[in-house]
Design a protein around this ligand. Structure first.
Ligand SMILES: *[C@@H]1O[C@H](CO)[C@@H](O)[C@H](O)[C@H]1NC(C)=O
Ligand SMILES: *[C@@H]1O[C@H](CO)[C@@H](O)[C@H](O)[C@H]1NC(C)=O
Ligand SMILES: *[C@@H]1O[C@H](CO)[C@@H](O)[C@H](O)[C@H]1NC(C)=O
Ligand SMILES: *[C@@H]1O[C@H](CO)[C@@H](O)[C@H](O)[C@H]1NC(C)=O
Ligand SMILES: *[C@@H]1O[C@H](CO)[C@@H](O)[C@H](O)[C@H]1NC(C)=O
Length: 542
């Protein structure tokens, strides 16, 4: 009897972590743009080694079932507001630079909450939540400093954005705070943003906590004339990859991985690692085909960016802090909107969210694998008519996002083996991240974690799901690769899922997307992308 009680107490001590009291913790979020699920190596892929990202994963918490929206603008709006994109009008496609709309100004966003808690707030890299009028831009939305671009993407060496669907001039899009920053040194964008982040960290005044986002361009495609851009010396390392475009993508991912190592190391130099929560994630799945395709691979997940398949919405995500569990995998659902309430709790920011949000505070799940848990994840683009609804183990998928359903399948490569694959664990342990974290992880523990994060599809033969004919149903816990359509074999579940989904659809607010306005043309603004709708149309006064 006594022994049993003793064991119970030990178990409780062992597994119940508690949050630090009082002191506010820094928050650093590093976002990858369009990174494929299979384009990091911590989940077992030997194609593109990402030793620094992987070291962060093994030393922190892997969010195994992390879900985002399937495209950039909706995804970033959910992070910022804690709400589903279809509850703020942000659900359709993305903000194209000639469209007069943005994240509604009555939405309070993540940096504003942290600012209210006394944090200094910084954004480096991409915004893409509205540029046409100044109030929509980062300096007016809670950021103290900004260095980056307002639009969807820029060239990696020239920082311009050219819309190939229109006849507008090519426009420069790089700013420091509210103003254009002219540079012609052709520093590779990923390195440029990394240097800014490191410099910012080095110059921090340690009196106030900080909230910092590093929204990388990488590995999103650049402009359509040169979509894939990397440093020559990096591309050479990937000759074992057969597809020459994928060699360049791999080099783009390598720079991203180097960036993570540099930034974590700079936190170590400033002795800030003990007080900083670090998050790394990708905003949506990788685009293997079509618009802005990069050869990204979400294999073995189905589909890709701009689809409600797992390949579009289940992405890489890691959270690391010394006061959170380390070397663990959390396989409960975590939706991108959950970051807002969860981070406000674990950082001790001590501000309340006063409007209803969709995000859940999952801090107890992170700390202790205890409830509340998220049970549902919704993806809805009611304009392009594709959606999915996850509830419990099941996922309803409705409507195809690709013409004739050509992307409703498994895309992307998985069979080019990196020449250093045998030294994988050694290279992780020697990465900048691992050294900065000074970790005590053994080789065995790393190998074990890596094996446990591999997605296993099972041996079932894929069957008859055709979204052009009707919605499909999957058990994504047993069948994460969405192979076996249960729509006809599990009729009762299908009916119940459709009924609840139809209820959810009633809460969708109309999409805010607006028709293009040619007054945005950079030709009117000294060849820059600016808050064009604040100016009288067609005045060439430069
Ligand atoms: C661009 O201008 C050319 C020549 O005026 C025209 O033929 C073409 O259709 C235009 N393209 C677009 C995308 O507007
Ligand atoms: C947040 O809400 C709780 C409960 O309503 C309250 O006790 C606390 O004082 C509030 N905190 C702030 C910073 O407003
Ligand atoms: C479901 O798919 C059908 C096409 O198969 C489409 O007409 C409908 O709008 C879709 N609904 C949603 C909410 O995606
Ligand atoms: C490797 O993957 C590519 C792309 O998925 C595929 O076309 C090719 O047949 C595969 N090669 C082998 C040897 O499996
Ligand atoms: C116009 O653009 C050039 C670079 O192309 C820059 O040097 C100049 O300062 C800009 N002029 C104004 C008024 O912003």
């Amino acid at each position: 009897m006594k022994t049993q009680i003793l064991i119970l107490i030990i178990v409780v001590l062992e597994f119940s972590s508690s949050l630090p009291q009082n002191q506010k913790k820094n928050v650093l979020i590093i976002v990858a743009d369009d990174l494929g699920f299979n384009d990091v190596s911590y989940r077992g892929s030997n194609e593109i080694p990402t030793y620094n990202i992987d070291a962060l994963a093994y030393g922190g918490i892997v969010l195994d079932r992390f879900y985002t929206a399937p495209m950039c603008t909706p995804s970033r709006s959910a992070l910022m507001t804690g709400k589903y994109p279809f509850h703020t009008g942000m659900q359709n496609f993305v903000i194209v630079s000639d469209e007069p709309w943005g994240l509604p100004l009555n939405e309070k966003v993540m940096p504003q909450y942290f600012k209210e808690a006394g944090y200094s707030t910084h954004l480096i890299g991409k915004w893409h939540l509205g540029l046409y009028k100044e109030p929509y831009t980062p300096m007016q939305r809670g950021y103290d400093t900004f260095f980056g671009y307002h639009g969807p993407y820029i060239g990696y060496f020239d920082y311009t954005h050219k819309m190939f669907t229109r006849n507008y001039s090519r426009g420069y899009d790089l700013r420091r705070n509210a103003n254009i920053e002219w540079r012609n040194d052709r520093v590779y964008a990923t390195d440029m943003f990394t240097k800014e982040a490191v410099a910012l960290i080095e110059n921090l005044n340690n009196k106030n906590p900080f909230f910092m986002m590093v929204n990388h361009l990488a590995p999103h495609a650049g402009n359509e004339d040169v979509p894939l851009e990397a440093k020559e010396e990096d591309i050479k390392q990937f000759s074992y990859i057969k597809n020459p475009r994928r060699q360049i993508l791999s080099a783009m991912v390598k720079s991203l991985d180097d960036s993570v190592g540099e930034i974590v190391l700079s936190l170590r130099r400033k002795n800030l690692l003990d007080d900083t929560i670090i998050i790394f994630y990708s905003d949506n799945g990788g685009p293997t085909e079509f618009l802005h395709s990069t050869t990204a691979s979400n294999y073995p997940l189905k589909g890709q960016k701009q689809s409600a398949w797992e390949g579009g919405i289940r992405t890489a995500a890691i959270i690391h802090a010394p006061f959170l569990p380390q070397g663990v995998i959390r396989n409960r659902y975590f939706y991108i909107a959950d970051f807002l309430p969860t981070l406000l709790t674990i950082s001790n920011a001590n501000v309340n969210i006063s409007t209803p949000i969709d995000g859940m505070d999952l801090s107890n799940m992170l700390m202790n694998d205890r409830p509340p848990y998220r049970d549902e994840v919704l993806t809805i683009d009611d304009v392009f008519e594709y959606s999915s609804y996850i509830r419990g183990d099941f996922k309803l998928v409705n409507g195809s996002s690709s013409e004739d359903g050509i992307a409703d399948k498994w895309l992307g490569s998985n069979n080019n083996t990196n020449v250093n694959a045998a030294n994988y664990v050694f290279n992780v342990l020697n990465s900048k991240t691992a050294k900065a974290l000074k970790y005590s992880l053994t080789e065995r523990k790393i190998s074990c974690l890596r094996k446990r994060t591999v997605v296993k599809c099972g041996n079932n033969v894929a069957n008859n799901c055709n979204l052009l004919e009707g919605p499909c149903l999957f058990n994504i816990i047993n069948d994460p690769c969405e192979k076996v359509n249960l729509a006809t074999t599990q009729k009762a579940m299908m009916t119940s899922m459709l009924e609840s989904f139809n209820e959810k659809l009633k809460t969708v607010v109309p999409a805010l997307r607006k028709p293009p306005n040619p007054n945005c043309d950079p030709i009117f603004f000294n060849l820059t992308w600016t808050n064009w709708d604040d100016y009288p149309p067609h005045i060439l006064d430069f």
